[in-house]
Design a protein around this ligand. Sequence first.
Ligand SMILES: Cc1cc2nc3c(=O)[nH]c(=O)nc-3n(C[C@H](O)[C@H](O)[C@H](O)COP(=O)(O)O)c2cc1C
Length: 255
Amino acid sequence: MKKITAFIGSARKKATYQAIQEFEKNLKQHEEIDFEYVFLSEYNLKFCQGCCQCFEKGEEFCPLKDDRDVLLEKIEHSDGVIFATPSYAFQVSARMKNLLDRFAFMFHRPRFFGKTFTAIVTQTIPVGDNIRKYLENSGANLGFHVTKGCCVWTLDPMTESQRKKLEQKVKKCSERFYKGLIRSKPPVPSLFRLMLFRFGRLGVQHANVRNYDYYYYKDKGWFESDYYYETSLGPIKKLFGYFFDFLGRQFVKHM
Ligand SMILES: Cc1cc2nc3c(=O)[nH]c(=O)nc-3n(C[C@H](O)[C@H](O)[C@H](O)COP(=O)(O)O)c2cc1C
């Protein structure tokens, strides 16, 4: 049975929770799913102190002793993950941002390949999709296969037509997520993601100091591989890959 975990950046069981409940209901129409709700407010997650030990020496050197690894393990044991947050001051809630800060070492060393990710944002002022895009990018940086999320308008109380709209948007979002979930292997990267990988590894290889990232990349074989994981790039993307390596080397030479 597939395991899905929803990380929720609101402390209330209201709009964001309702959107996730709707998502769960839709997903379960496809097959039986083990669905877990994780309210970040119920976990002890301290603010990052900015010491950079996780980047430079490894995440086990983080001086904060709290629930970071409990949350991380929940992702490791999941096939798919949803990051859901209300808009607070036109951004993700502080709880959600704190989770991303504490997971930022995995932006350097992504690991959730083959797992599906989506984002759900609730807001009262429908000014755009920036928060959803921010969360989706964060998911991709962590290594997930990201399916387009949704941004829903939630007034309190909600009118019938607003509720209908929420249901439709969440349904579409869950359909995309489910398609991602049943993929047999992770997708071929986009040119943009391929470029980030090729430039990123040059940065790691030619950094002034050989920190933890260097040994991690070496250990994973990422200095020689086409991408983070085995994938068939095809001739055009292969060529682009060489081109990005070339560009990156020129950049490093002239730095
Ligand atoms: C501190 C705070 C800041 C908020 N800022 C915004 C905002 O900038 N834009 C917006 O559209 N809604 C904003 N809202 C409204 C919430 O995003 C909205 O009501 C959301 O659906 C609440 O989700 P919840 O019921 O799961 O807590 C804010 C709410 C709070 C409490």
